[in-house]
Design a protein around this ligand. Structure first.
Ligand code: ZN
Length: 257
């Protein structure tokens, strides 16, 4: 009888240890709130606080309630690049209508000591990843000869479509600047759920500028890639989300580039 009792305790101990191991594996999850097509359809009401979002990752990107700027999460801090081009720290109580985050753990590192524009950088990254069929979190830090970004102004209801908003998007240019690019490369088959291929947001080293990346020229950067094999999509239970047509074939190129 005593033996059985001990066996039981060993079983409990084992389960707890296994639980810890499982938690480690769960860090390779891309957690996302809502879908890109919902954002394109003008669903800009914040659905989740940043306090909650931080439970699911320490690196990522997204936007704010009412589409009030570009969000970048880095090392667990959340930055808001507003339409005035300035960077504001985001409070935990603020909400996001669309975000994607993960716990960043670098699987591959590459030092790049040459000048590549955004397209060439994408081509290089495409060569060093083992497959196009999984998710990659990306962190590129160092010096850039040039960076061009955009942000979006806060919207009022009734919310316009994102394609309308970006027609008047403020753009920002940086020359010979140090900073970090943060974001993801997603498979094409996730079209409609998130942005296929590359989506990066920029923040300057002094945390005073940044935004959604439109163009860049690298100088000397360290490229880090986190292979991510799980996806969790949290869907809003709101009337707006329930009633939206989320099956449209959207032209993301216009909105994201
Ligand atoms: Zn963006």
């Amino acid at each position: 009888m005593l033996k059985i009792k001990y066996l039981f305790y060993i079983y409990i101990l084992f389960s707890l240890l296994l639980g810890c191991v499982t938690k480690e594996i769960d860090r390779d999850v891309l957690f996302q709130l809502s879908t890109i097509n919902a954002l394109l359809e003008g669903i800009y009401d914040g659905e989740m606080t940043f306090k909650e979002l931080k439970r699911h990752g320490d690196l990522g990107l997204g936007t704010f309630n009412a589409l009030d700027g570009e969000m970048l999460m880095l090392d667990g801090y959340i930055y808001q690049v507003k339409a005035d081009g300035k960077v504001y720290p985001a409070a935990d109580s603020m909400k996001t209508p669309f975000s994607a985050v993960t716990f960043y753990e670098e699987d591959k590192t590459l030092i790049l000591d040459s000048t590549l524009d955004y397209k060439s950088l994408e081509e290089l990254l495409d060569k060093i990843i083992p497959t196009e069929n999984i998710i990659y979190a990306i962190k590129i830090e160092g010096s850039f000869k040039y960076v061009r970004t955009r942000s979006v102004p806060a919207q009022e209801k009734p919310y316009p479509l994102l394609s309308e908003v970006v027609k008047n998007q403020p753009e920002f240019e940086f020359h010979n600047i140090k900073g970090e690019l943060v974001g993801f490369r997603l498979p094409d088959y996730l079209n409609g759920i998130n942005v296929p291929k590359y989506h990066l947001h920029f923040i300057t080293e002094n945390r005073k500028g940044g935004g959604h990346l439109l163009e860049c020229k690298t100088n000397k950067v360290k490229i880090g890639i986190d292979f991510t094999d799980q996806l969790f999509v949290y869907l809003p239970q709101t009337k707006e989300f329930f009633d939206a047509d989320l099956n449209k074939e959207e032209d993301l190129e216009k909105v994201e580039r």
